[in-house]
Design a protein around this ligand. Structure first.
Ligand code: NDP
Length: 248
C-alpha cells in the first residue's frame, strides 16, 4: 500500500525546486496532486503525471487571499477533499535593512508569511469539515532559527511561520489535523542557484556540517514523512533538514 493512496495533496509553488520534487514523490506514493503556482508549467505537470494517477494546476498568487481560497476550492471541486497541504511558495530579499525598500519588505512578507496564513486559513477550514482531518506542512528555513545579512524580510517571515505553526497546531490538536514546519538548509533550486557565483556556492556549502548543499528530493522526503501517518504524533514541530547547518 502506497503512503498517499487516494490522498489529495495541494502544493503551493509546486512548479519548481522543493515544491516540484515534493509533488513528484507524493504522486509516486499514490497522491492526486494539485499544483498552485503563478503560471502553468506543463512540463512539471507532465512529469508529475508520469509518476502518478492525477495532477492538475490552479493559477494562484499566494499573497492574494482570494487566490488561496480559490486554490483550495478548486482542489476540492476536482478531487473531492483535501488531505495534505504543502505551503511552500517563497521568495527572497537582498539588501540590508537600512537600504531595503518598504515595497520589498511588503512583497516578501506578503508571500512568505501572509501567504502561509491565507493557505492555512482555507486549508484548515476545509480539513475541519471533512471526515479524516488532514496534515499541513509549512516550508520554513534555517532562517526560521538564525539570521543572514541582507534577508531581514525573509528571516522575519520564516521565524514568524514557526510561531504561526505552533498556534495552528494548538488550535487543531483535537481536530485530527497535524501542522508542522520543515526547515531546509541551502538547497540546490532555482531560487538559490539562479544568481549564485562559485564563490557564494562555496560559502553556502561551508556553512553546513556536511559541507554540501541539499537536494530538493531530500526535503521532499521529509515532507512525505511529516504529511504521512508515520508522523502521527508530530504536530507544531520545526524539523530541520539542513545537513547540520544549525549545529554551530
Ligand atoms: P523555487 O524558486 O525553485 O520555487 C518556488 C516556486 O514558487 C516557483 O515556482 C515560483 O514561481 C513560485 N512562487 C513564487 N511566488 C509565488 C506566489 N506569490 N504565489 C505562488 N507561487 C509563487 O524555490 P525553492 O524550491 O528553493 O523554495 C521553496 C521554498 O523553500 C520557499 O519557501 C523557500 O523559502 C524555502 N527554502 C528554500 C531554500 C533553498 O535553499 N532553496 C532553503 C530554505 C527554505 P516563479 O518561478 O514563477 O516565481
Amino acid at each position: 500500500m502506497k503512503r498517499f493512496e487516494n490522498k489529495v495533496v495541494l502544493i503551493t509553488g509546486g512548479n519548481s525546486g522543493i515544491g516540484k520534487a515534493s509533488a513528484i514523490l507524493a504522486a509516486r506514493e499514490g497522491a492526486k496532486v494539485m499544483i498552485a503556482d503563478l503560471k502553468l508549467n506543463q512540463q512539471t505537470l507532465d512529469e508529475i503525471l508520469q509518476e502518478g494517477t492525477a495532477a492538475a494546476f490552479v493559477q494562484c498568487d499566494v499573497s492574494k487571499p482570494e487566490d488561496m481560497e480559490k486554490a483550495v476550492a478548486e482542489t476540492v471541486a476536482l478531487f473531492g477533499r483535501l488531505d495534505v497541504a504543502l505551503n511552500n511558495a517563497g521568495i527572497v530579499d537582498a539588501a540590508p535593512i537600512h537600504e531595503k525598500t518598504i515595497e520589498e519588505w511588503h512583497k516578501v512578507t506578503s508571500v512568505n508569511l501572509s501567504g502561509v496564513f491565507y493557505g492555512m486559513k482555507y486549508e484548515i477550514a476545509q480539513m475541519r469539515q471533512q471526515p479524516g482531518g488532514g496534515a499541513i506542512v509549512n516550508v520554513g528555513s534555517i532562517m526560521s532559527q538564525v539570521g543572514e545579512i541582507g534577508i531581514a524580510a525573509y528571516t522575519a517571515s520564516k521565524h514568524g511561520l514557526v510561531g504561526m505553526t505552533k498556534v495552528a497546531a494548538l488550535e487543531n490538536g483535537t481536530a485530527n489535523i497535524r501542522i508542522n514546519t520543515i526547515g531546509p538548509g541551502y538547497i540546490e533550486t532555482p531560487l538559490l542557484m539562479d544568481n549564485a557565483s562559485a564563490e557564494s556556492k562555496a560559502y553556502m556549502e561551508s556553512k553546513h556540517a556536511m559541507k554540501r548543499l541539499g537536494k530538493p528530493e531530500e526535503i521532499a522526503k521529509a515532507f512525505l514523512f511529516l504529511a504521512s501517518d508515520d508522523a502521527s504524533f508530530c504536530t507544531g514541530a520545526y524539523l530541520p533538514v539542513d545537513g547540520g547547518y544549525l549545529c554551530q
